[in-house]
Design a protein around this ligand. Structure first.
Ligand SMILES: [Zn+2]
Length: 268
């Protein structure tokens, strides 16, 4: 089977504490910052981008640190937003769909359940809608009417070696991405597990639509990846430390997830 290169591009960060990052608290607390990423999947003849990140205005509004436009990070590895044809949206939270307009040729791959969740009854609850930005959701509705959205109802193959997996849990329609690489099957978890520790400890991140679905999602990630070292959590700064940069210029910005991690093991 064709194998793909897979990259994480870090574009934002914020400080946070351990207490912020788990539904079920233990006695430990301390700094536990959060990083923000988009991902890219590439072979000789195709490229997929996974998520679009937030933008500067949204960063200011929500008090996040904006390091660079995600599209600038992608350009550093030769993926230019204006020519991207396929963008997989893991879910519609503000930190995953803030720059869709920068991808004028893209078709956006989205779960049916995520569209109905983000536009339906659940959004009448302030705590649930707070991670969505209404302008983003409206933009996606406009894209649906412009024939730019490809809907998936559950698991689906997008190309040999690339499939979306409907996980739910964090949001009702969250999808993760399974990709075949030269080191085997990698799972881009996105927010099916924000940190390594959420999945390893079986303790979900507190923004959660269904605790059971999220815990089942952790299990599913571990079944679908070749090992725990083949799962890439959605927001863990540890990803930048474990994987090598593809070049000197991209250090601290991009890491190669198709390369074996230089650090493995117990996740704290
Ligand atoms: Zn997120």
């Amino acid at each position: 089977m064709e194998s793909y290169e897979v990259y994480a591009v870090r574009y934002g960060t914020r400080s946070a504490r351990r207490f912020d990052n788990f539904v079920f608290r233990d006695d430990h607390d301390g700094p536990m910052p959060m990083d923000y990423y988009v991902w890219a999947i590439r072979s000789e003849d195709r490229a997929f981008v996974v998520d679009a990140g937030f933008n500067q205005a949204e960063a200011v509004r929500r008090g996040r640190e904006f390091l660079r436009c995600p599209t600038e990070g992608l350009a550093m590895i030769g993926i230019h937003a204006e020519s991207v044809t396929d963008l997989i949206i893991t879910h519609l939270h503000y930190d995953h769909v803030g720059n869709l307009g920068r991808f004028p040729k893209a078709k956006f791959h989205l779960q049916d359940e995520e569209m109905s969740y983000a536009t339906g009854r659940s959004m009448t609850h302030g705590v649930i809608r707070s991670a969505y930005t209404v302008e983003d959701v409206v933009e996606v509705v406009t894209l649906v009417h412009g024939d730019r959205v490809v809907f998936h109802d559950g698991d689906d193959e997008l190309a040999p070696g690339i499939s979306v997996r409907h996980i739910g849990g964090h949001t009702r329609g969250l999808q993760a991405v399974r990709v075949y690489t030269e080191r085997g099957w990698v799972m881009l978890a996105s927010d099916a597990s924000h940190y390594y520790a959420n999945m390893i400890q079986g303790n979900p991140f507190p923004i959660v639509e269904s605790v059971t679905d999220m815990l089942e999602g952790h299990r599913r990630l571990r079944r679908l990846a070749d090992s725990d070292d083949h799962i890439v959590p959605g927001h863990d700064p540890e990803v930048m430390r474990r994987y090598p940069a593809p070049s000197k210029e991209t250090e601290g910005i991009v890491v190669s997830l198709h390369d074996p991690p230089n650090r493995t093991g117990n996740c704290s």
